[in-house]
Design a protein around this ligand. Structure first.
Ligand code: ARG
Length: 475
């Protein structure tokens, strides 16, 4: 069914229908559309645009339709153009021509964005919960690895020793920023476009403010042309999801590297690995690789919408129908990826002795020498030079920094007294960094505690937002 046709002499060509049709992907907006229709209908009744008795018939029709959509009994057919026309057809099938009364005072242009925003609130909150599960898993593993000393890397070269708990818990901080961005998104985009009509509002649109509040929004948008044009919210959501994808890709890359024979820092559980059809010995970190690979898709979806939006004239243009599939794809992919990554992290077995083995290698304690000299009053630039000389000396003689004799140290600089040796071991180096952000056990534990507190705050915010947006039906 189409929602137009009166002024046409001919029905659309099949190729035109095929191009125009969106119901096969926008059908997932159906539960939100019913919710918007119910709220809209109660306003139409309040304003007597629809009589009480007709309204009650329509209300029942919409609620029946909602449960039939939920059970799969009602769905779109080959003639439906989009979710809006399919639902109106369903209502007409239930209530006769009265079904068409629901269309008063609204346009698909404002309706589709309202549905879309409600869908996004719902699904971004689901993504936030899945992210929180991943952050919790990292925190548990990080706390278990708090005493393990590991080499810390820059440029993928040994840099300075760190605690492995800090290495793992760093991911939780990035993940919590992602959740924060979701809340920030809701805060900014929590305004209803419903009532903007096609572009200019409607003289029979009763109280858009009430509709907005009843749907869970904080209020209405302020300019009807902006309201039907705005897809910033969709682009921002795609950015948030791309950023999450990038974080997951970095986790993936790390697990690929750590599970390699060369590193051998982690055993990925069989449940989260795959084998090879030809090489019987293989165990591949496919979850991690897919996390890496899918980031391309998230970034692609963001780029696709940016290109659609660039230089588009204001108000509604049909180009805007292209806003949905990138969002649906990013949402679907994240909701598949996040539980798998979480499972991989939860079940990973870290090989502590292999991790610690290399902590002192690569002269990663050279900075301790520079810091020691600097604390004794030597300008850091000179201290850095002297520490570099020590590395050169050790490399040439095939020894480690802590194997230099007292005399050799003093020859490098008179302030390089044997006391420096106290700092030339990995645990001394790690535990000396006690400030906020530091890698000492206490600093890392404090940061993990703070993360855990933030996480319980997040759970509460998610619950209250869910309540705010819990509609008349449950999508
Ligand atoms: N299917 C359209 C979309 O997703 C909404 C319908 C608006 N169509 C129209 N011809 N004004 O954007």
């Amino acid at each position: 069914m189409t929602l137009w046709g009166g002024r046409f002499n001919q029905s659309p060509a099949q190729s035109m229908r095929d191009l125009s049709r969106s119901v096969h992907f926008d059908w997932r907006l159906a539960p939100y559309e019913i919710e918007v229709n119910l709220v809209h209908l109660s306003n139409l009744m309040k304003q007597k645009i629809v009589s009480k008795s007709d309204g009650e018939i329509l209300q029942k029709g919409l609620l029946d339709l909602a449960s039939e959509i939920g059970s799969g009994k009602f769905t779109y057919n080959n003639d439906d153009e989009d979710v809006h026309s399919a639902i109106e057809r369903g209502l007409v099938e239930k209530c006769g021509s009265l079904g068409g009364a629901i269309r008063a005072g609204r346009s698909r242009n404002d309706l589709v964005i309202t549905d879309f925003k409600l869908y996004l609130v719902d699904h971004l909150l689901e993504i936030a919960s899945a992210i929180i599960n991943l952050a919790k898993s990292f925190n548990i593993q990080a706390t278990n690895q708090i005493d393990v000393i590991a080499p810390g890397f820059t440029h993928t070269q040994h840099a300075q020793p760190i605690t492995f708990g800090q290495e793992l818990s760093k991911h939780s901080h990035a993940l919590l920023r992602d959740v924060d961005r979701i809340f920030d998104w809701i805060d900014r985009n929590n305004y209803s476009p419903f009532g903007a009509g096609a572009l200019a509002g409607s003289s029979i649109q009763p109280e858009p403010e009430t509709t907005a509040l009843n749907l869970g929004f904080s209020g209405v948008m302020e300019n009807s042309i902006d309201a039907v044009s705005d897809r910033d919210f969709a682009a921002e959501a795609l950015f948030i999801m791309a950023m999450i994808g990038i974080h997951l890709s970095k986790i993936g890359e790390e697990f690929v590297l750590w599970s390699s024979t060369e590193f051998d820092w982690v055993e990925i559980d069989d449940a989260y690995a795959t084998g090879s059809s030809i090489m019987p010995q293989k165990k591949n970190a496919d979850v991690a690789e897919l996390a890496r690979g899918k980031s391309g898709r998230f970034i692609g979806n963001l780029t696709a919408l940016f290109v659609v939006l660039k230089a588009m004239p204001f108000a509604y243009n049909r180009d805007l129908q292209e806003d949905k599939e990138p969002i649906f794809d990013s949402v679907d992919q994240l909701l598949i990826l996040l539980p798998a990554i979480t499972g991989m992290v939860q079940t990973a077995k870290f090989k502590q002795s292999n991790i610690s083995k290399g902590a002192a290698a690569g002269y990663s304690l050279a900075t301790e020498i520079a810091d020691f000299l600097s604390k004794s009053g030597v300008p850091f630039s000179l201290a850095h030079e002297v520490a570099g000389e020590c590395v050169k000396f050790c490399e040439k003689n095939g020894i480690e920094l802590d194997q230099m004799s007292d005399q050799q140290l003093l020859t490098m600089h008179p302030n390089l007294t044997p006391e420096v040796k106290k700092f030339l071991n990995v645990s001394g180096a790690v535990s000396s960094r006690t400030s906020a952000m530091g890698t000492s056990k206490n600093s890392v534990l404090a940061a993990i505690n703070k993360l855990n507190q933030d996480i319980s705050g997040v759970d509460k915010v998610i619950a209250s937002l869910r309540k705010q947006f819990s509609g008349m039906i449950n999508p």
